[in-house]
Design a protein around this ligand. Structure first.
Ligand SMILES: C[S@@+](CC[C@H](N)C(=O)[O-])C[C@H]1O[C@@H](n2cnc3c(N)ncnc32)[C@H](O)[C@@H]1O
Length: 422
C-alpha cells in the first residue's frame, strides 16, 4: 500500500476512535470490516496509531493545535506507529517541517496534564492513592500488557505445558503470583497450537487468575459466577472444581454468554450452566437462595484498571457514570450474597482502581450485612499457596487484593472476600 494511502487509513481510524462513542476495540473491528483492502501489517499500524492517540491524547492535541490540515490527520502523523521513512513519504514539505518542530518539543518540560494524559478527576484520584508512584503508574498504563495464559489443570500441568510451548518455539515463564499462569515472551499467536486447541491453555491476565483463585472453589461444590460475561473466571473456576459439582454462569448479556459456550467445550468443562438473567433480582436467582458454597461477583465497573488495553476508557468514563456504576455494583452484590449458604464464601471483584468502586462498596456491604464476616484476602491467598500474597494486598491485615500495573505487572484489580456466618 502506498504510504499516502496508509496514512489516510490511519487518519480515518483516528477520526472514528476520537468520537469516543463506542469502545475502541469495537471501533477498530468495525473500521477493518468496512476497509477490507487493508493488509494485516497495515491494520496493525493503523490500530497502534489509533491507540497511541488515545494514550497520549492531551499531549498530541496540544501539539496538533499548530500545523494545518484536518485534526485527525495531524494526530495520526504525530502518533504514526509505522516506520518513519514510510511516514515521511506520505507527508507534504510543510507537514515534514511541522513534524520536525513537534519532535523538538521536550515533553518533560510541559505542564503535568500534558504529561499524564488523563482527565484531571482521574489523575487526582490516582495521585491520592499511589502518591509518589503516580508517574510510574502513568508509565505502566502507557505500556502494553504482557500475554498471560492460565494452564487448565484438567488438561495439563504448568511445567509440562511450558515445555510443550518451548517445543513449539514459544518461551514462557511461570507467572510470579498466580500458581496457574505462564507469561509468554513476545506476542506469538497461540490459536492454532495444539496446546491451545485441546484446551490446555486460556489467555487470561494473571490478576484475573488470582480473582478466581481467591474464591477457593472446590470439587463437588455449588458455585455461582454472577457476572460471568464470556467466562474468563468461569473457566478457571470450573477447572478448580475439577469439572465436578455445579457452576452457574449468570449474566444479563445473553450475547456474552454465547461466547462462553465454545470456550467451555474447548476447556472440556461439563459442570457449567450458563443462564441469561434479566437483572440481578431475576427470580431464577431467588430459587437458589441459601444453596451456594461460593459466589463471585466480577462486577461491571469503569474498567479503569485496564488502561493498558483500553486507553479510551480514561476519556469515556465520567464521575457521574462512576456513581451510577457504584449503585449497580452495590445492588448486584446485595442480590448475589443471598445465594450463599452459611459458611459459604463471597468474593466481590472489579478491574477498577477507584476506591469508590472498590473499598467503599465493600465497606458498605460489610456495614449492612453483619452476618457476613470479612475474610482478609492476604490470609486467604496464603492458604491457597499463592506466592508473595502480602505484596498483593492492602488495608488492615491485608484485607483486600489490590493489583497495580506498575507494581505487579497485571491490570489494576480489586477483590474483597467474606464468609457467611454459620
Ligand atoms: C467485568 S465483566 C465480567 C467479566 C467476566 N467475569 C470474565 O472474567 O470474563 C462484568 C459483566 O457483568 C455483566 N452484568 C452487568 N449487569 C449485571 C447484572 N445486573 N447482573 C449480572 N451481570 C451483570 C455484564 O454484562 C458483564 O458481562
Amino acid at each position: 500500500m502506498h504510504p499516502k494511502a496508509l496514512l489516510e487509513a490511519c487518519t480515518g481510524l483516528v477520526g472514528e476512535m476520537l468520537k469516543l462513542e463506542h469502545p475502541a476495540d469495537a471501533v477498530v473491528a468495525r473500521y477493518f470490516r468496512e476497509n477490507r483492502s487493508l493488509g494485516s501489517r497495515e491494520r496493525a499500524t493503523a490500530a497502534e496509531t489509533g491507540y497511541a492517540v488515545l494514550r497520549k491524547r492531551a499531549l498530541l492535541e496540544h501539539l496538533a493545535s499548530s500545523g494545518s490540515g484536518p485534526r485527525a490527520r495531524r494526530l495520526a502523523i504525530l502518533a504514526f506507529a509505522g516506520p518513519r521513512d514510510l511516514l515521511q513519504g506520505a507527508l507534504s514539505a510543510d507537514e515534514q517541517a511541522w513534524l520536525a518542530q513537534c519532535d523538538a518539543v521536550a515533553a518533560a518540560d510541559l505542564p503535568e496534564p500534558l504529561r499524564h494524559n488523563m482527565p484531571a478527576w482521574l489523575a487526582q484520584a490516582l495521585q491520592e492513592q499511589v502518591g509518589e508512584d503516580f508517574w510510574a503508574l502513568v508509565k505502566a498504563f502507557d505500556g502494553t500488557a504482557p500475554l498471560d495464559v492460565r494452564v487448565n489443570a484438567l488438561v495439563g500441568k504448568r511445567d509440562e505445558v511450558r515445555q510443550e510451548l518451548a517445543a513449539a518455539g514459544i518461551e514462557s515463564t511461570p507467572t510470579p503470583y498466580s500458581p496457574w499462569g505462564l507469561r509468554i515472551a513476545g506476542k506469538p499467536s497461540l490459536g492454532k497450537l495444539d496446546v491451545f486447541t485441546r484446551g490446555a491453555i486460556e489467555v487470561q491476565d494473571e490478576g484475573s487468575q488470582l480473582l478466581a483463585l481467591l474464591l477457593d472453589a472446590r470439587r463437588g461444590q455449588m458455585v455461582v459466577d454472577f457476572c460471568a460475561g464470556a467466562g474468563g473466571k468461569t473457566l478457571a473456576l470450573g477447572a478448580a472444581m475439577r469439572d465436578t459439582g455445579r457452576l452457574y454462569a449468570f449474566d444479563v448479556s445473553a450475547h456474552r454468554l454465547e461466547a462462553l459456550k465454545p470456550r467451555l467445550a474447548r476447556a472440556r468443562l461439563t459442570n457449567v450452566h450458563p443462564a441469561a438473567i434479566a437483572h440481578e433480582r431475576d427470580e431464577r436467582i431467588a430459587r437458589l437462595a441459601g444453596k451456594m458454597d461460593r459466589v463471585i461477583v466480577d462486577a461491571p465497573c469503569s474498567g479503569l484498571g485496564t488502561l493498558r488495553r483500553n486507553p479510551d476508557l480514561k476519556w469515556r468514563q465520567t464521575p457521574q457514570e462512576i456513581e451510577e456504576l457504584v449503585a449497580k455494583q452495590t445492588a448486584i452484590l446485595e442480590s448475589a450474597a443471598r445465594l450463599l449458604k452459611p459458611g459459604g464464601r463471597l468474593v466481590y471483584a472489579t478491574c477498577s482502581v477507584l476506591p469508590q468502586e472498590n473499598e467503599q462498596v465493600a465497606a458498605a456491604f460489610s456495614q449492612a450485612h453483619r452476618d457476613f464476616q470479612a475474610v482478609p484476602v492476604q490470609a486467604a491467598l496464603q492458604q491457597l499457596k499463592a506466592p508473595a500474597a502480602a505484596d498483593l494486598c492492602s488495608g488492615a491485615e491485608g484485607a483486600f487484593l489490590r493489583l497495580w500495573p506498575h507494581r505487579h505487572g497485571t491490570d489494576g484489580f480489586f477483590a474483597a472476600a467474606w464468609e457467611r456466618a454459620r
